[in-house]
Design a protein around this ligand. Structure first.
Ligand SMILES: *[C@@H]1O[C@H](CO)[C@@H](O)[C@H](O)[C@H]1NC(C)=O
Ligand SMILES: *[C@@H]1O[C@H](CO)[C@@H](O)[C@H](O)[C@H]1NC(C)=O
Ligand SMILES: *[C@@H]1O[C@H](CO)[C@@H](O)[C@H](O)[C@H]1NC(C)=O
Ligand SMILES: *[C@@H]1O[C@H](CO)[C@@H](O)[C@H](O)[C@H]1NC(C)=O
Ligand SMILES: *[C@@H]1O[C@H](CO)[C@@H](O)[C@H](O)[C@H]1NC(C)=O
Ligand SMILES: *[C@@H]1O[C@H](CO)[C@@H](O)[C@H](O)[C@H]1NC(C)=O
Ligand SMILES: *[C@@H]1O[C@H](CO)[C@@H](O)[C@H](O)[C@H]1NC(C)=O
Ligand SMILES: *[C@@H]1O[C@H](CO)[C@@H](O)[C@H](O)[C@H]1NC(C)=O
Ligand SMILES: *[C@@H]1O[C@H](CO)[C@@H](O)[C@H](O)[C@H]1NC(C)=O
Ligand SMILES: *[C@@H]1O[C@H](CO)[C@@H](O)[C@H](O)[C@H]1NC(C)=O
Ligand SMILES: *[C@@H]1O[C@H](CO)[C@@H](O)[C@H](O)[C@H]1NC(C)=O
Ligand SMILES: *[C@@H]1O[C@H](CO)[C@@H](O)[C@H](O)[C@H]1NC(C)=O
Length: 850
């Protein structure tokens, strides 16, 4: 059913480190803005049959053979990180040869057509990454030179502050009795890459408080050499790993992948600490203190079900085993920062082993949170489908780390970089890496020497005490060059600091604020980089006879970027956050379920990191890392769900989802509608107000979610009726659930589900939908307001009602099509209680008059 391999969000990133996959980063970044014609172009990684660089012929041939024989989902993942290879040795002189071969192939195949080659890959495999349409990719795959064409996608990623941003200390935590007890009695199960049990975020040194393991939890902890006895405690209450499928496929390496719950990646440690890490853990990275971290529900328990691995992701069979175990153990919430790496095929997206296993988990009363996927911003890019799963997209939050470069001509250039500044009141000479080469290196020998990856290419006498300017090219974006290496070069040469000037090809990319031990800055704008280089060049003194530089006249100082400020207009839906509508399924069930359900902070999130994590070069060996992705957004909501579960132990999974949804916020910190990024690069040039397909019900409001007033509930039987309503689903339902559709009302369809949203993919003339609400607060009188979607008229009745505590009421919503439309339009229903409860119900329709 499912395509086989699964990846966690940063797992994808991680594999991209492992290779080409980083190109897919470029995919997201480049796709929308480069294609004015809206053709759905994507980055494809094309491998050619011809062996790569002769220098490593044997080894490389072996790799290519492995690739050919590998299963499609994992062919790239065996390869090692480029930096483990001797890049300069293989690359020198041959890169341009391969690039020419690739260029001429592309030119020949796509005479006059548009395409964008992003990178020629030449030292591990012979191939390239190219932005093309599926038709073009198909054309490529038929060429006899080509061995493989693979679609890939990823986001190059990157919490100390999100509890404050979400208002937890004064709001939700206060209601839970303070952070000391927030989330108490609730266990969150993580299906992820494992955990580093030695991290202080997971210690249970709670001398002042009793912290019993919930009685309904019965999980156990594996004990292995990597995960010795004593790794678990009252905080980390369960830990196992699932790898049978991976082992069967012969790709599991028990030492690299750790045949234990230990996290060799970093992702699982990060997500667990976002949801339930201890409160008040200092975040010290690259020797700098970035404040204290806390999970959303710092007093919840954590149970780990490792089913994803740093090198190859994971497989449905292992994930289902993990879900199954979590349910057996009695977790209250399951958090999946993972999605299938392609849309399940078959009668409907819902019928895949993972979603079906999660349906059973929901039946058992477990609230399931899943990341939407990092495959945005195009419509229908959603990777989490089912109505019983709570799907989370990612937003920015208000914290920004800014940095500045002060030039000697009094120009100040803004930049990024979690770095200290240079000494105050002191200016330093600037020297470009290309002007600091030693006698036996030239730029023509090593075209990438300006990226500062190898100190032995430079003359220390030139660089010492100066600010070294290094070129930040696409090679940095895809991991072939690293900031870490450039900083090491600068240290080896005794530079006073490093300035990364961006290559025009990287302009507009969102650069993560990389931690740096020494003074440094990244200039993310090509325009500003040009201003810097113009000033630098105009200050050089060149000897007319020898044409040699005799004086470096430019000076500058670096302001430093360790201080955060909290001025960002936030939240904003991030470009990478996957978008609705839900993929179409067999008629008449097209996209009738609102996805995502909600958005939460996912960008630049500080959280715990595994000491042995290899996912990110920048955070290697660090205790904390700043990561981005819907992977980081999902555990925020898992943690908040724990607070709801603590306050309302009898809430069904649907009721928890309802509380989170109906209370979501539609406005940002400037009280303006939440905006959505819709392109990459230049993410902020193309902002427009977020629709329900960008943000679901809106941005999570923890305080309000703990006091929702009204609930929209659904049960397992409702979901079964919905599944049985899908044409021809009976045998599939029977196969998955062992239950016959005859016992369900199979006239129920998506809009009939009692969700706190209304999504009608085809409004044929007219439709009435009903919603049953229950008042869980005190007696309250509500007024109903609504705005109709374009192309339809809408009416809600009753429009005014009194509901006593505990009482239920059926709301009828009549939608009449008034004009034809081909795209979805959006409306909203608001229920305004006289005791202050506000319930927000997003509506989307595509109207058809006839
Ligand atoms: C990389 O190549 C250089 C120059 O040939 C050599 O000195 C060095 O040992 C090589 N490093 C590795 C890791 O192979
Ligand atoms: C497993 O990983 C270890 C450590 O990286 C390595 O030495 C070993 O060769 C790998 N084994 C296989 C079968 O790939
Ligand atoms: C951070 O936590 C430490 C204890 O772990 C505490 O001493 C310190 O005051 C906290 N700092 C802030 C800013 O809360
Ligand atoms: C920069 O500003 C300072 C103080 O305003 C001034 O003294 C100096 O001449 C200016 N330098 C240049 C190059 O404009
Ligand atoms: C580089 O060459 C110049 C001129 O040929 C010479 O003066 C200088 O000493 C050389 N530097 C090194 C480090 O060899
Ligand atoms: C290049 O020159 C440096 C000193 O300028 C020297 O240390 C190094 O060994 C030389 N490398 C080669 C390959 O000749
Ligand atoms: C810096 O110097 C160390 C020690 O000589 C060396 O191992 C390392 O490769 C150098 N780093 C770079 C980036 O050149
Ligand atoms: C969140 O909900 C609380 C309580 O209803 C409200 O006071 C606050 O304004 C809301 N925050 C946002 C950002 O909407
Ligand atoms: C149901 O299961 C049977 C036996 O495993 C299989 O042959 C059949 O194809 C399945 N049907 C569907 C619709 O999945
Ligand atoms: C089945 O569901 C539909 C749609 O919700 C509803 O109108 C109908 O009354 C239900 N039938 C039964 C027998 O429950
Ligand atoms: C929808 O159409 C029906 C039948 O024509 C009509 O009775 C009803 O008033 C209409 N409702 C709205 C909201 O337009
Ligand atoms: C709530 O409403 C019910 C039914 O109208 C009434 O019996 C009850 O007294 C009310 N409770 C309060 C606290 O007003």
């Amino acid at each position: 059913m499912l395509g086989g391999a699964l990846h966690s969000k940063t797992q994808i990133e991680n594999m991209h480190w492992a290779h080409l996959l980083v190109f897919s980063f470029l995919l997201m970044l480049l796709t929308p803005s480069l294609c004015q014609d809206h053709a759905t172009t994507a980055v494809y990684i094309v491998t050619l049959k011809q062996a790569p660089a002769s220098h490593h012929q044997d080894e490389l041939t072996r790799v290519v053979n492995n690739l050919r024989h590998g299963a499609p989902g994992r062919r790239i993942t065996r390869l090692h990180k480029p930096r483990h290879q001797n890049v300069t040795k293989i690359g020198r002189g041959q890169g341009s040869y391969f690039a020419r071969v690739h260029d001429s192939l592309l030119k020949k195949v796509f005479k006059g057509e548009k395409y964008l080659k992003l990178y020629s890959y030449h030292y591990l495999i012979n191939g390239f990454a190219v932005l093309v349409t599926p038709q073009q990719a198909e054309t490529l795959s038929r060429r006899r030179e080509v061995s493989n064409v693979a679609l890939d996608f990823s986001v190059r990623t990157a919490t100390t502050h999100t509890p404050q941003f979400l208002g937890l200390p004064q709001g939700a935590w206060l209601q839970a009795g303070g952070f000391e007890s927030a989330g108490e009695g609730v266990t969150i199960g993580f299906i992820d890459t494992g955990i580093d049990p030695t991290h202080p975020s997971f210690s249970d040194d709670k001398s002042e408080h009793q912290f019993p393991v919930p009685a309904h939890f019965s999980g156990v902890c594996e004990v292995t050499r990597d995960f010795p006895s004593g790794s678990c405690n009252r905080k980390l209450v369960g830990a196992r790993h699932f790898a049978a499928s991976a082992i069967t496929r012969g790709i599991f390496n028990s030492s690299e992948d750790y045949a234990s719950p230990f996290d060799g990646d970093g992702h699982g440690t990060h997500t667990a600490s976002v949801a339930a890490g201890n409160h008040g853990i200092p975040v010290v990275v690259a020797g700098h203190n970035f404040g204290n971290a806390s999970g959303m529900a710092p007093h919840s328990h954590i149970s780990i079900y490792k089913a994803l691995y740093k090198r190859f992701g994971g497989f449905a069979a292992d994930v289902v085993a993990a879900i199954d175990q979590a349910a057996q153990d009695g977790v209250d919430i399951i958090c999946l920062s993972i999605t299938p790496n392609r849309r399940p095929s078959g009668i409907a997206t819902f019928f895949n082993p993972i979603d079906m296993a999660l349906l059973s988990a929901v039946k058992a009363g477990i609230f399931v949170v899943q990341a939407a996927g990092n495959t945005g911003p195009s419509p229908m890019s959603m990777s989490s489908f089912s109505p019983w799963i709570f799907t989370i997209g990612a937003t920015s939050h208000d914290r920004v780390y800014s940095n500045s470069l002060f030039l000697g001509n009094n120009v100040t250039i803004p930049g990024a970089g979690l770095a200290p500044g240079t000494d105050e009141n002191k200016m330093y000479k600037l020297i470009h890496a290309r002007h600091a080469l030693n006698n036996n290196t030239t730029v023509s020998d090593d075209m990438y020497v300006g990226e500062c990856q190898d100190a032995s290419k430079f003359n220390q006498d030139y660089v010492q005490g100066k600010l070294l300017i290094c070129s930040y090219s696409v090679r940095y974006v895809i991991g072939l060059s690293t900031i870490k290496q450039a900083l090491e070069t600068a240290v080896n040469l005794s530079a006073a600091g490093v300035v990364f000037s961006i290559d025009p090809s990287v302009n507009g990319f969102q650069l993560n604020p990389v931690p740096m031990k020494m003074p440094g800055i990244i200039i993310p704008s090509a325009k500003d980089s040009k201003i810097l280089l113009q000033y630098y060049n105009s200050s050089l003194e060149i000897d007319g006879d020898s044409n040699k530089i005799v004086k470096f006249g430019a000076v500058a100082s670096i302001g430093g970027g360790l201080q955060a400020n909290y001025s960002n207009a936030a939240p904003k839906v991030m470009y990478y956050s996957a978008r609705g509508p839900d993929p179409e399924d067999s008629l008449p069930h097209e996209a009738d379920i609102l996805k995502p359900n909600l958005v939460a902070p996912g960008n630049f999130i500080w959280a715990a990191w595994s000491s042995s994590a290899t996912d990110s070069d920048e955070f290697l060996g660090e205790n904390f890392a700043m990561m981005s992705g819907t992977s980081m957004a999902a555990p925020h909501v898992a943690g908040l769900a724990a607070l709801i579960k603590q306050k309302f132990p009898n809430f069904s999974p649907a009721a928890i989802g309802s509380a989170l949804s109906t209370t979501a916020s539609l406005y940002d910190s400037n009280a303006r509608p939440i905006m959505a990024q819709r392109s990459f690069p230049s993410v902020d040039l193309n902002l427009s107000p977020a629709t329900p397909f960008d943000m679901g019900s809106g941005f999570v409001n923890a305080t309000a979610a703990l006091n929702p007033g009204l609930l929209f509930d659904s049960s397992y039987d409702d979901y079964m009726s919905f599944l049985c309503g899908i044409n021809g689903s009976n045998p599939t339902v029977l196969n998955y659930t062992g239950q016959n559709c005859l016992s369900y009302n199979s006239t129920v369809d998506g809009p009939d589900l009692n969700l706190p949203s209304i999504t009608i993919a085809r409004l044929n003339q007219s439709r009435v939908v009903q919603r049953t609400i229950q008042n869980i607060a005190g007696n309250e009188t509500y007024n109903v307001g609504w705005s109709s979607p374009y192309g339809a008229s809408m009416q809600v009745s009753p429009s005014h009602f009194f509901l006593a505590k505990g009482e239920r009421l059926v709301l009828s919503v009549i939608l009449n099509a008034t004009s034809n439309s081909s795209v979805a339009s959006f409306g909203r229903i608001g229920l305004f209680g006289n005791q202050g409860h506000v319930i927000n119900i997003p509506v989307s329709v595509i109207a058809k008059v006839s």
